[in-house]
Ligand binder design. Structure first.
Ligand code: DAH
Length: 336
């Protein structure tokens, strides 16, 4: 009987070693391990073994059954693992597929560049709301009650006292209300004007406001700062001039011009044959404005400036229709 067990054991392990598919393994299971298989038959035979031999034979048979089941389970696991698809069905030697990258919008690029220059001169960044009150947009900036800028023609009113800001100057007021001098910040953002859309005017555009208030700030600080900006932004050989103008919130006020960088001042389409390009408005903060924010106008002075980003970007990239910035035409945008 022991011999017979040995023989069937041999046969089982031989055949198991040659099993190469789940089907062959299943056939093997039925042949040896199933209820009517060889091992079950051996247990039947055990009944006719003499009482003396039974313990030894029974032990050998039990050991065989346990070993056979374990070997079968292991083979089954191996086959299942091998039949799974490879974990990375990827040819790592193939060249990559490049993803098309977008570019920053030219207005964003222009704001980023202007920010970089002013931050390097010690200015911080401040932001304010686009929905403003009449107080911040006009009154605290010393606009007289019947100033034409308050006209329905220019301003989008939400109610009698609430409007879409027409410039970034109200952020100056908010900043000074919450911070004592020294204050040195630029304030970028969207502004709105109630105008017919054309190549030269939009209802939504961007400005960057600047403000520097401290003891002893003078007009030459204004000029030094803005000339330094213009040289960094337009090139160190740029010519400039300041021309007197009027803003309610500054006194004196000045527009800054640079020599046309296309024709170098000779006169061309870009500068409308003037040789000069206006790039920003500026001035010394009006003492009335300081009164509104509770600053001591005897102790502090300051300068402010404001520039239109679309205008600056158009000069820089020679773009003659402002509407192009907001049509989201990829052929236009990907040039930048
Ligand atoms: N707020 C003005 C505008 O919208 C621009 C401006 C001019 C801002 C002079 C200033 C400034 O801070 O000092 O046209």
């Amino acid at each position: 009987m022991i011999e017979k067990i040995e023989q069937i054991k041999q046969q089982f392990f031989d055949e198991l070693a040659h099993v190469g598919s789940p089907q062959a393994l299943e056939d093997l299971r039925i042949k040896f391990l199933a209820r009517k298989g060889f091992i079950a038959q051996l247990f039947d035979d055990l009944k006719s073994v003499s009482v003396v031999d039974k313990p030894a034979v029974g032990k050998a048979l039990n050991e065989f059954r346990t070993a056979a089941q374990a070997a079968f389970d292991e083979k089954k696991a191996n086959l299942e693992h091998a039949s799974r698809p490879a974990e990375l069905p990827v040819d790592v030697t193939l060249p990559g597929r490049p993803k098309p990258l977008g570019t920053k919008h030219p207005i964003t690029q222009t704001i980023d560049e202007i920010r970089r220059i002013f931050v390097s001169m010690g200015f911080s960044i401040a932001l304010g709301p686009e929905v403003e009150s009449d107080y911040y947009n006009f009154e605290a900036l010393n606009f007289p009650p019947n100033h034409p800028a308050r006209d329905m023609q220019d301003t989008f009113f939400i109610s009698k006292k609430v409007l879409l800001r027409t410039h970034t100057s109200p952020v100056q007021i908010r900043l000074m209300e919450r911070q004592q001098p020294p204050v040195r910040a630029i304030m970028p953002g969207r502004v709105y004007r109630n105008e017919a859309v054309s190549a030269r005017s939009l209802v939504l555009f961007h400005q960057i406001e600047g403000l520097y208030v401290d003891q002893g700030v003078t007009f030459s600080d204004l000029k030094g700062t803005l000339v330094s900006f213009a040289k960094q932004f337009y090139g160190s050989d740029v010519q400039y001039k300041f021309r007197p103008t009027f803003f309610p919130f500054t006194e004196p006020s000045a527009d800054m011009y640079i020599s046309c960088f296309l024709c170098k001042g000779k006169g061309c389409r870009m500068c409308k044959f003037a040789g000069w390009l206006e790039i920003l408005g500026s001035g010394m903060v009006h003492p009335h404005v300081f009164k509104y924010v509770g600053y001591n106008a005897e102790k502090y002075t300051g300068f402010a400036f404001g520039m239109g980003i679309e205008r600056i970007a158009s000069l820089r990239y020679d773009i003659d229709d402002l509407r192009l910035y907001y049509e989201n035409d990829v052929r236009f945008l990907k040039q930048f």
